[in-house]
Structures are given as structure tokens and as C-alpha cells.
Design a protein around this ligand. Sequence first.
Ligand code: GAP
Length: 501
Amino acid sequence: MAESTMQKIVSLAKRRGFIFQSSEIYGGLKACYDYGPLGVELKRNVKDAWWRDMVHRRSDIVGLDCSIIMHPNVWRASGHLAGFSDPLVDCRNCKERFRADKAPRAVPGAALTYREGGRKDGKKLEGVVPDRGYVCPVCGAGDLSDERQFNLMFRTSLGPVDPMQEILNNMDELHRLQGNERKQKLADIIGASAVYLRPETAQGMFVNFMNVLNSGRMKPPFGIAQVGKSYRNEITTSNLTFRTCEFEQMEMEFFVEPGTDDEWYAYWSRERFAWYTSLGMRPERLRLREHEQKELAHYAKACVDVEYFYPFENPEGEGEWGELEGIANRTDYDLKKHSEHSGKDLSYFETETKKRFTPYVIEPAAGADRATLAFLCDAYDEEVVDKEKNDVRTVLRFHPRLAPVKVGVFPLVKKEGMPDRARAIMDELLGEGINSFYDESGAIGRRYRRMDEVGTPWCVTVDTETLEQGTVTVRERDSMAQSRVPAAGIGDYFRNRLKSS
Ligand code: GAP
């Protein structure tokens, strides 16, 4: 069977050093990935572009870098301890554990056939779709356990007390206690040292609202931005880095006066959509999807997702819309909750108007890994160069700002001093901070193709004319056009091209 686009992207990502399975030599770890030498550059460029456009290019947004482990009361106040959960179900037939809200929908009462144990050679069984209207996503059976809420936060413990050891030390007492008293004792032992890996970066901005307001002399409307790791014990993980347990977020909380929130919500929805197209993402593969009332998180007045049409495989074929980023109007929910739980006033007093208010928050929350994956998928192209010769090139058409390597530098041949000139050019480019790659092996055409496959926008070739006239060949990735450019000042030349791209 022909490889799907996604399979080709996954295999290119591994072969060329973008994304590897984590701990691969030990069989890999489900839903955990490592970025290789090119992947780390790509993801860094995505995060840098976000930081530059959201923080450095604006006077109304400042940055923050908070700790991943925060006071457990942060998660009590935010509602994550009580409500950040997915409904989990066990299939009694094949033992698969899955998310009820992601299971395939089916008409209650409709007839079902499935195999015993979910095995291909298992006995054929018959059943009906249960009233809840879904079946097991793996074996298709309707014999399912009740739904249980499963909290997505990773719990760990802080300090010298190991809660497991404490439970062992208290075994006699735990045996004596009954029912709720025993449960309470266990909860007390675990709770004494329990802390959580943050499931979103956002709360760091809310709890530091007053610190930033006072130290940075900011006043609404203004934003606090952060890029960093978040952790969720996701049950359903799929499609490379799309949904993983450890991922990076790029979030910004924009604090505004109540009453101006709808306007700012519309503004940030437009801005964030435009950010992806400004970095070359194809607009026809992007859309804004407004959440219906029933989908809204408990804190949100409105929410719109920027979605990308990923080339994921699914029963209907190739391609499916997936969330890249959510823009939410979180109202004053978070600041008020943290005020209530901490006892600290988090309202703002506007001296000019003598008005006091708790700001509303508009939050554009993006995923760095999801955006990196979307840019990788969007850049992927197979171009027929010569149909008769069956010459097809694989090219990643990254925007130059995102391309992991900006310039490939080659000597045409490995003699006549060309390698030395090429290396000098490479050093000049690296000195300018332009990530470049030197390659002298194989035919020049193959070297160009290798650079196309990793999305390098330009190649420079040192040839006889370089030695005689001081010019080099510059070859464009997208058009494959070639031109001659003076070798002197090549660093300035590419700096300008990057700036104007
Ligand atoms: N503070 C709001 C918030 O965290 P979210 O929609 O849960 O909202 C924001 O997350 C973004 O973070 C998502 O749009 C997605 O890009 C990314 N994200 C969330 N969960 C993820 C996961 N398990 N793996 C990779 N990225 C994830």
C-alpha cells in the first residue's frame, strides 16, 4: 500500500533529525518525543517568532518565566484539582482504557458484531450499542465499564517526606481505621507533601498579576506572556507530537477593563490567525472555529480555536481539522478566584478615573509542539521536476524565519582551493548568526536536493568563477533559480534577505 502523507512526514522527521521517539533504544515511551538537531532549531524558531511578535514588537506585553511546580492552592483556586479531568472507560471485552468523549459515536440500540477479546481470531460476538451512544474505539464492543473521572495533573511530592513510605509506616493505624476515616487518613498523608506539575502556564501569569503590575508600571490593557513546559497525563495520545504528556505552551494573558473585552477578543482572534499566515502557513488549511456554548470551559465567556487541517489518517481518509491554539475570554474568573483563595486583593485602581475593577482576561493559548508539527506538515511538498524522467523532489517549504538551516554552503568540487573558500564563507555566515551547513560530498544536484528536503531556503556554491571573479552561485530552494552574487559581503546579503522575507 502507498505511504500516506503523514507516514512520509514521520519517516522524514526521523531520517533527517527533526523528531525521534523518546528512549527509542529501550522500545520508546508512549507519547514522549525528542527533537533532533533540526527539530530543535525549528521549534526554537517557532518560539522565537512568537516571542518576537508577541513581546518584543509590542510595548503593551511583557514576559514572565514561572516555576513549573507551584503552590498546590493555585490548582485548588483555579479549579484544576477538582475539575481538570477526562471521563475514562474500560472495555470489558478487549480491556482497552479510553476517553469516553473521544470514542466513536453510534446509535443506541443498533446491532453490533465484534471479536472476543478484540483478537482477529477471536469468536464472533453480537451485541447492541449501549444507551450512552458510543462503543470501544479498538474492538467495537459495547460491553463497557461506567465512566470514571481521571484527573490529568501529574502529582509528585515536595520535601523530605516520601508519601509511600509514610503509608507503609502508618499501616497498622490504616488497618484499624474504617471507611471514610481510613480514606481521610490516606488523603492527609498524600496531601501533606503533594504538589503538581503545571498543566498550563496560564496560572503563573494570574498569580503574578500584582507583581508585574507594580514592578513593571503596567496598566490595563496590557499582557503577560510566557513560553514553557506543561504536563498532562493524557490517556489518548496520537499523531506524533500533536497530543503528548509533556509539551510546551506559548500563552499570553491580556488584562482589559470589563466592557472592552469583546473588542479585545475579536482583536486577538484576528491577530493570532494572521500570525500563522505571516509565517507562511497556507490560509486554506487554517480556520477559526467558534466554540458552542456547551463546549465552553467553566471560566470562559467565549472561545475560538485556530484550527489546522493536519494530514492525519482517519477512517474517512487523509486530513482532519485539529486545534492549534485557543483564544478565550476568561472574564475575571481567575483573578477573582485567586483573590478569594489567597485573601489578596487582585483588583486594579485606575488613578485617572478613580475606578476600581478586576480586569477581564483575553487569552491566546498556543502549543509550541503543535505549531511546530503544523509548520512541518504545511511545509511538506513533493514537486514533480521532470515528469518524463519521473524526477520528484521532496521539499520543505519553510518560511526562512522558521527554516532550521538558512544556507547550505558547498564547494563545487573538492579541489582548486574551493573547499577553503566555501569554509570561509560558512564561517562568515555563522559569525553573523546565520545557521549554515557545509557539505562537500556527492554531486552538486544531490546536495541541493538534500538541502531541499530539510527546508533550507538558499544554497551557496563556490566554483571557478568564485576564484576568478569573486562571485558565488546562490540557488533558491523554491524556484530552483540560480544567480550570481559577490562573495564579499555574503553575510550582509543573507541577513537582508532574512529580514525582508
Ligand atoms: N490556558 C489555556 C489552555 O491551556 P488548552 O486549549 O488546554 O488551553 C492550549 O491548551 C494549547 O496548548 C492547545 O491549543 C494546544 O496547542 C496545546 N496543548 C494542549 N494540550 C496539549 C497536549 N497534550 N499536547 C500538545 N499540545 C497541547
